[in-house]
Design a protein around this ligand. Structure first.
Ligand code: PMV
Length: 327
C-alpha cells in the first residue's frame, strides 16, 4: 500500500461512443476511435491508507463531497475488488486545462485514477486490463489509457470491451484546435445521455452504420488520407448530434456560435484548408486539421467574436505513472 501519481490526457473521438448495451458496465453499442489530446491532462495522486475510515477526494485543490466523491469512491471500489483489499484512499486530482473551459475531463480523470490507483497498490496490471477498469468510471476513459490514436471495441463482456493504440502520436501530425464558445458546465451529462440514446428513432440507424464508419476512419488514419477522414468524422459527429436532438427528452448541445463555426469550417475546407469539425456532448467545436493549416485555423477562430478561447492540442501519449512510493 502506498502512493502514486499518474497523468492522463483527455481525448477527442473521431468515431463517437454514444449509448451502451450495458449501462452498469459501460459496454458501448458501437466501437469508437480517438486521439489523445497532448498537453490537456489530469494528474491524479492516490494514497491507499489503512488509517482512513472513508475515501476522500480533492479536485483542483477543492475538497469534493456528494456526487463527485461518490463517483470516485465507486471507482475505488472497482479497484479494491480487483486488487483484493478494503483499504480506503485519499485522491487528489487536478486538470491542467482551464477548469470549466467546457472540455470534458472525465476521460482523463478516470484514466489517471485507474492507473494511479493500481500503481499505488504495487499491482502490475496489463494496459489492456487498465483500459477496461477505466471504462467502468467513464466509457471514453478507456481510450485515454493507451498512447496516440486509439480504438475501443464494443463487446458484450467486461474483458472484451477494451481499448488499444492503433498508432503512436507521431504517426500523423494532425492538430485539434478547440474553439471554446461556452464555459458553462453541461446540464445533462453523458452518463444520462447514453441512457436516453435508445429513445431516439435514429439511434438504430446510427449504430447500424458505425462499424463501417469505424473501418473507414481507421483506414483513413493509416493512410493519412485527410479528405476521407474529414468526411467520415463530420458525418459521425452529425449523426450523434442528430440522435441527441431526437432523444426524448431532447438534448441540444449546439449554441448559435457552434453552428456558425461548423459552417465556417466547411467553407474553409472548400477554400483548401485541411480542417474538419467534431463535437462532443457540448457546444465547443473541435477543429481537426493538418499541422500546416493549424495556425491559419487558430487565427481565424481567434478573430471570431463567437469564440471565447482557443486551445490547441497535438496527438498525445497514453496514461503514465509519474511517481510511485510504496514503503
Ligand atoms: O465517456 P463519457 O460517458 O463521458 O461519454 C463520452 C461521449 C462523447 O464524448 C460524446 C463521445 C466520445 O466517444 O467521446
Amino acid at each position: 500500500m502506498g502512493t502514486a501519481t499518474a497523468r492522463a490526457n483527455a481525448n477527442i473521438a473521431f468515431i463517437k461512443y454514444w449509448g451502451n448495451q450495458n449501462d452498469q458496465l459501460r459496454l458501448p453499442v458501437n466501437p469508437s476511435i480517438s486521439m489523445n489530446l497532448g498537453g490537456l491532462y489530469a494528474e491524479t495522486t492516490v494514497t491507499w491508507d489503512g488509517a482512513l475510515n472513508t475515501d476522500s477526494f480533492a479536485l483542483n485543490g477543492k475538497e469534493e463531497i456528494g456526487g463527485g466523491l461518490e463517483r470516485v469512491s465507486t471507482h475505488l471500489d472497482v479497484l479494491r475488488a480487483r486488487l483484493g483489499f478494503a483499504t480506503r484512499a485519499r485522491v487528489e486530482s487536478a486538470n491542467n486545462f482551464p477548469t470549466g473551459a467546457g472540455i470534458a475531463s472525465s476521460a482523463a480523470a478516470f484514466a489517471a485514477l485507474s492507473v494511479a490507483g493500481a500503481a499505488a497498490a504495487g499491482a502490475q496490471l496489463s494496459e489492456r486490463e487498465l483500459t477496461t477498469i477505466a471504462r467502468l468510471g467513464s466509457g471514453s476513459a478507456s481510450r485515454s489509457v493507451p498512447t496516440g490514436f486509439v480504438e475501443w471495441y464494443a463487446a458484450d463482456t467486461h474483458e472484451g470491451s477494451f481499448a488499444q493504440s492503433m498508432s503512436a502520436p507521431e504517426y500523423w501530425d494532425i492538430v485539434d484546435v478547440i474553439a471554446v464558445v461556452s464555459k458553462k458546465h453541461k446540464d445533462v451529462g453523458s452518463s444520462a445521455g447514453h441512457k436516453s440514446a435508445n429513445t431516439s428513432d435514429l439511434q438504430g440507424a446510427r449504430v447500424a452504420g458505425a462499424g463501417e464508419r469505424f473501418a473507414i476512419c481507421r483506414q483513413a488514419i493509416i493512410d493519412r488520407d485527410f479528405a476521407t477522414f474529414a468526411q467520415v468524422v463530420e458525418h459521425d459527429s452529425n449523426l450523434m448530434h442528430a440522435v441527441m436532438m431526437t432523444s426524448r427528452p431532447p438534448l441540444f448541445y449546439w449554441l448559435p456560435p457552434t453552428l456558425a463555426i461548423m459552417e465556417a469550417v466547411r467553407e474553409w475546407r472548400a477554400e483548401g484548408l485541411r480542417v474538419c469539425y467534431t463535437l462532443d456532448a457540448g457546444p465547443n467545436v473541435h477543429c481537426i486539421c493538418v499541422r500546416e493549416d493549424a495556425q491559419r485555423v487558430s487565427d481565424r477562430l481567434r478573430a471570431s467574436s463567437d469564440v471565447l478561447d482557443v486551445l490547441v492540442a497535438s496527438p498525445g501519449a497514453g496514461a503514465q505513472v509519474t511517481t510511485v512510493s510504496i514503503p
